[in-house]
Design a binder for this molecule. Structure first.
Ligand code: AMP
Length: 279
């Protein structure tokens, strides 16, 4: 596995791969890698002949400086993990000066999808994501890119953007990988204290209970109210808990197989997100 730090070097390699007719698979990440990230790499099996994983903690997608500063980083461990998969050709780890040259002024906005759910209390976050992902698609010349359903809103937004801008990359959605107790794997879990880690497992349990209540005939609204209360009692600050249509994330007053439950809730200053399909 090669470690590349400059976009010029990456461009030279990807363009030579393109000329050879290779299919370039890409997994964008912010590092602090875990098995969830590795499942994205595995999802490219049989679909890509070359694989690039990027690690870049993207400053323009953090609307909270403390969150950016405290975001876990560990390039050496990440590189070892990726190397040991035996599946990654390139770890692309640009620094900020590679991605954002002085005077950088462009933003990509995906209207609507960028201002609901996580966009509501993280203004600018999704513009930052859409902008960096577009740059990474262009830099890597990816033919196929894997994204986790863990960040379902991000996945919807990227799919919309790729369609709207005629980008020539296929988006491969990958199901959320969870711990044995149901907690979705996340780099942010590293920051949980042992006590918070135990509390955090209540989040997926609450989602399951809420979906079961709806399935058993309780109205969507009252199931959501009960679930929000349960999460508050368990020590969470609930940012949102909502049932939405899976395709466009529009509010879903009635549950159906095309609907999904979405939550964002914090323990202390650690914000956790999760989502599950209704059926
Ligand atoms: P991040 O490093 O958190 O920006 O995530 C990079 C990619 O990994 C995104 O596409 C995430 O959705 C995906 N991802 C993160 N956690 C998981 C997980 N538990 N299961 C599947 N994919 C995940």
């Amino acid at each position: 596995m090669q470690i590349i730090k400059t976009k010029a070097e990456l461009a030279a390699l990807s363009s030579s791969w393109q000329k050879e007719g290779q299919t370039i698979g890409f997994v964008p990440t912010m590092g602090a890698l875990h098995a969830g990230h590795l499942s994205l790499i595995n999802a490219l099996d049989g679909k890509a002949s070359r694989r690039i994983v990027s690690i870049f903690v993207n400053p323009i997608q953090f609307n909270n400086t403390s969150d950016f500063q405290h975001y876990p980083r560990g390039l050496e461990d990440d590189a070892t993990l990726l190397h040991n998969t035996g599946k990654v050709d390139v770890l692309y780890a640009p620094d900020e000066s590679q991605m954002y040259t002085p005077g950088f002024a462009t933003r990509i906005s995906v209207s609507g999808l960028d201002s609901m759910l996580c966009g509501e209390d993280r203004p600018g976050h999704f513009d930052g994501v859409a902008t960096v992902v577009t740059k990474l698609f262009l830099q890597t010349r990816a033919n196929i890119a894997a994204f986790g359903e863990k960040d379902y809103q991000q996945l919807c937004l990227i799919k919309r953007m790729v369609q709207d801008l005629d980008l020539s990359v296929n988006i491969l959605p990958v199901p959320t990988l969870r711990e044995a107790d149901g907690l979705a794997l996340s780099s942010r879990n590293r920051r949980l204290t042992p006590e918070q880690r135990q509390q955090a497992a209540l989040l997926p349990q609450a989602l399951k209970a809420c979906l079961a209540a709806i399935q058993n005939g309780t109205s969507v609204e009252s199931s959501l109210v009960t679930c929000r209360e349960a999460l508050k009692k368990a020590g969470f600050h609930v940012h949102y808990l909502e049932l939405r249509h899976a395709e466009n994330l529009a509010p879903a007053p009635i549950a159906g197989k095309d609907t999904r439950l979405f939550v964002a809730a914090s323990l202390g200053d650690i914000r956790l997100i999760d989502n599950m399909p209704f059926a």
